[in-house]
Write a protein that binds this ligand. Sequence first.
Ligand SMILES: [Zn+2]
Length: 96
Amino acid sequence: MKTAITLTDADAERFWAQVFIRTHKECWEYSGKIDKNGRARFNVNGRTIMAHRIAFLLEYEWMPSGEILRTCHNKTCVNPHHMSLGKNNNEVATNS
Ligand SMILES: [Zn+2]
C-alpha cells in the first residue's frame, strides 16, 4: 500500500541543497542521485522518490497520485514551474 510522504524541514533543506535554483523560466538542475535511466531521485524515510515529485510537493504542498509531466522535458529539472499534471491525478499518496 502506498503511503503519503511527509517531509521534515530537514528533508526539505537537504533536497533544495541539491538543486541549482534559478529563475522560474530556467531549468533547475538536480545535483543529487540520478538513476540509470537518467532520472533524478531523492531518498527520504528509506524510500526513493522522483526528485521532481519532491519539488512539486514542497512548492504546492500536495502530492498528486498520478504522473507529473515536465513541460521542459529535462529529466534532471526539478523546477516546479516546469511541471504539469498528467491524467488521473488525485490528492492522495505518492508513488515512487
Ligand atoms: Zn525545466
